[in-house]
Design a protein around this ligand. Structure first.
Ligand code: COA
Length: 171
């Protein structure tokens, strides 16, 4: 059953997306480690999310411990997890990863609500800027961030390095 509401987006009338009104069909809650299994299942079936070893229960547990209260999940009225987002910071800048909304719940502002919640949590701990890395071949993902007021850093290219030779590119 789709969990969309009659109203497409839940903004306060005349307001910008920074003041989204909570959609009553969902509850947004802190991502706790006991949510990992359901969130992992959601990520696995979401096109545009690439699972690596940094998504195991141990890795996510460590991430949540380092960034308490920032990552979020969304539950529908039946209590099923239908959205998730990881948010954290390095003391100066914030980062978002693995935003996913279940297919049947898209287009009603849930993705935007999850992002806004993470941004308010980051803001509350003094972070003033946040970054998201998007796969080149995720045009829908790119469109989402643009529509949510994020600007593309076309001047940047990302580099990374594994710290052990045993780890392969799949990680
Ligand atoms: C991206 C995603 C999280 C959006 O979730 P959502 O709940 O449908 O998003 P919202 O309803 O809050 O949409 C917010 C805005 O983004 C736009 N948008 C959302 N998905 C879009 C898409 N696939 N293509 C174009 N625009 C999109 C909406 O139209 C809306 O803009 P509008 O108010 O001008 O109409 C969801 O489609 C998803 O899980 N995608 C797969 C995983 C992914 O790509 N995650 C991002 C990784 S970087």
């Amino acid at each position: 059953m789709p969990c969309s509401a009659s109203k497409k987006y839940w903004h306060k009338p005349g307001s910008k997306r920074t003041s989204l009104v909570a959609n009553p069909n969902y509850r947004i809650k802190e991502f706790l480690i006991e949510d990992h299994s359901a969130v992992y299942d959601l990520w696995k079936r979401t096109q545009g999310i690439f699972i690596t070893t940094s998504d195991t229960e141990a890795s996510i547990g460590s991430y949540l411990e380092r960034n308490p209260g920032i990552s979020q999940i969304a539950r529908d009225r039946q209590g099923k997890i239908v959205g998730a987002i990881l948010g954290g910071h390095d003391g100066a800048r914030g980062y978002i990863r693995h935003l996913a909304v279940a297919d049947r719940c898209r287009g009603v502002g849930l993705g935007s609500q999850l992002v806004e919640t993470v941004l308010s949590r980051l803001s509350a701990v003094g972070i003033i800027k946040c970054t998201i890395f998007v796969e080149q071949d995720n045009p829908d993902g790119k469109e989402f961030w643009i529509k949510n007021g994020w600007h593309r850093r076309a001047e940047l290219v990302s580099y990374s390095k594994f710290l052990s030779k045993d780890i392969t590119a799949q990680h």
